[in-house]
Design a protein around this ligand. Structure first.
Ligand SMILES: *[C@@H]1O[C@H](CO)[C@@H](O)[C@H](O)[C@H]1NC(C)=O
Ligand SMILES: *[C@@H]1O[C@H](CO)[C@@H](O)[C@H](O)[C@H]1NC(C)=O
Ligand SMILES: *[C@@H]1O[C@H](CO)[C@@H](O)[C@H](O)[C@H]1NC(C)=O
Ligand SMILES: *[C@@H]1O[C@H](CO)[C@@H](O)[C@H](O)[C@H]1NC(C)=O
Length: 290
C-alpha cells in the first residue's frame, strides 16, 4: 500500500509540476510574498511608499514601476494610451515617468490602498543582481545622460587616486559605491534602489507579480485577466550590447571580493527573498579570499 501511495504521489507531483499554469505560478508568487512578508515584519516597512505607483483609471490598472525592470514596455503603453506620440516616448531624452505622472496624478496612501482593491494591480520584478548589471551598463557605462555621465566620473574618482578626471568606474567600484551610500544612509538612485523600498510590496495588494525572466507569458496572463489584448502593444527594443547574461554575470561578479559580495547581498537580500530569486549563480564567481 505504501508503495502504491508513493507511486501515486510521484505521478501526481510530476503531473502537477509539468502542468503548472501561469495562473498557478502567479498564485505561488503571491503566496510566497505573503509568507516572506509575515516572516520579515513586512520587509521592515510600516508605511506604504506611494511615489512609484501609476493608476491608469481609464483601464482600471495600477502599476508599481521598478526601474530597470520592464518600465520601457509599460511606459510605451501607458503614455501611448494618453495620446503621446511613439516617437516622443522612445526618445532617450524623454522623461516618461514625469509624463505618466502628469496624466495619472499621485495618490495619497489612503486613496492608493482603495485603488488597489478596485483595480488590476501589478508589479514587474527582476533578479536583483541582474538588475544591478543592467543599471551599471545602461547608466554608468552608457554615458548618455549627462547626470549619469557625471556620476560615473564621480564614482571613479572616489575609488581611484590617479588624478583622472574622466575615468570609467568598474563594476567593483559601482558595488562599493552602492554599499557606501547605503551605509551612509544616502538615498540610493531609483535605478538600483531595492524593490522593497520602491514599492513596499508587503504593504500593497497585487493581482499579479510579473517577472522580467518570464515576461512574455506573464504579460499574456495579464492580458487575459484584464481584457487589454487589443490595447497592449510590444515595443521593439534595439539593444546594442548583448553579451549573453551568463558571461556578464561572470565578468562583473568575479570582480567582487567575498566581503563586497556579502555587503551587496545584505542590501538586496529582501528582494531576493520576496520574489524567490537565488544569489548562487553570482556567488560562485566571487574572488576567493587570499
Ligand atoms: C480617459 O478617457 C477619457 C474618455 O475617453 C479621455 O477623455 C481621457 O483623455 C482619458 N485619459 C487618459 C489619461 O488617457
Ligand atoms: C557632478 O557631480 C558633482 C558631485 O555630485 C557636483 O558637485 C557637480 O556640480 C556635478 N557636475 C556637473 C557638471 O553636473
Ligand atoms: C490566455 O487565454 C487563452 C484563451 O483562453 C488561453 O489559451 C491561454 O492559455 C491563456 N494564457 C495564459 C498565460 O493565461
Ligand atoms: C528599433 O528598430 C526598428 C527598426 O529599425 C524601429 O522601427 C524601432 O522604432 C526601433 N525601436 C526603438 C525602441 O528604437
Amino acid at each position: 500500500i505504501v508503495g502504491i501511495l508513493i507511486c501515486l504521489c510521484v505521478v501526481l507531483y510530476t503531473n502537477n509540476s509539468a502542468a503548472k499554469s501561469v495562473a498557478d505560478i502567479n498564485r505561488d508568487r503571491l503566496f510566497h510574498l505573503r509568507e516572506v512578508c509575515e516572516r520579515t515584519n513586512n520587509g521592515g516597512k510600516t508605511a506604504i511608499e506611494t511615489s512609484f505607483y501609476i493608476h491608469v483609471k481609464n483601464e482600471s490598472l495600477l502599476y508599481c514601476l521598478v526601474f530597470k525592470s520592464g518600465t520601457t514596455s509599460w511606459f510605451y503603453n501607458i503614455n501611448r494610451w494618453a495620446g503621446i506620440s511613439e516617437e516622443k516616448i522612445l526618445d532617450d531624452k524623454t522623461d516618461n515617468f514625469m509624463l505618466a505622472r502628469k496624466m495619472h496624478p499621485w495618490e495619497n496612501p489612503r486613496v492608493l490602498l482603495t485603488s488597489m482593491k478596485n483595480t488590476y494591480s501589478f508589479i514587474v520584478v527582476r533578479d536583483p543582481f541582474e538588475r544591478l548589471i543592467s543599471a551599471y551598463e545602461e547608466r554608468l557605462l552608457g554615458q548618455i545622460h549627462p547626470y549619469f555621465k557625471n556620476l560615473s566620473h564621480q564614482i571613479y574618482k572616489r575609488y581611484h587616486d590617479d588624478g583622472q578626471e574622466f575615468g570609467i568606474p568598474s563594476f567593483q567600484d559601482f558595488a562599493r559605491y552602492v554599499v557606501d551610500q547605503f551605509r551612509n544612509k544616502k538615498p540610493s538612485d531609483l535605478h538600483w534602489r531595492p524593490i522593497n523600498d520602491l514599492c513596499t510590496p508587503c504593504l500593497a495588494r497585487y493581482d499579479s507579480i510579473m517577472k522580467m525572466e518570464t515576461f512574455a507569458q506573464d504579460l499574456e496572463y495579464l492580458k487575459n485577466r484584464t481584457h487589454l489584448h487589443e490595447k497592449i502593444k510590444s515595443v521593439q527594443m534595439n539593444h546594442s550590447r548583448r553579451d549573453p547574461i551568463k558571461r556578464l554575470i561572470e565578468k562583473y561578479y568575479s570582480q567582487l571580493t567575498k566581503q563586497q559580495f556579502d555587503d551587496l547581498y545584505d542590501i538586496y537580500k529582501i528582494d531576493f527573498e520576496l520574489f524567490q530569486y537565488s544569489p548562487d549563480k553570482y556567488a560562485k564567481f566571487v574572488k576567493p579570499t587570499e
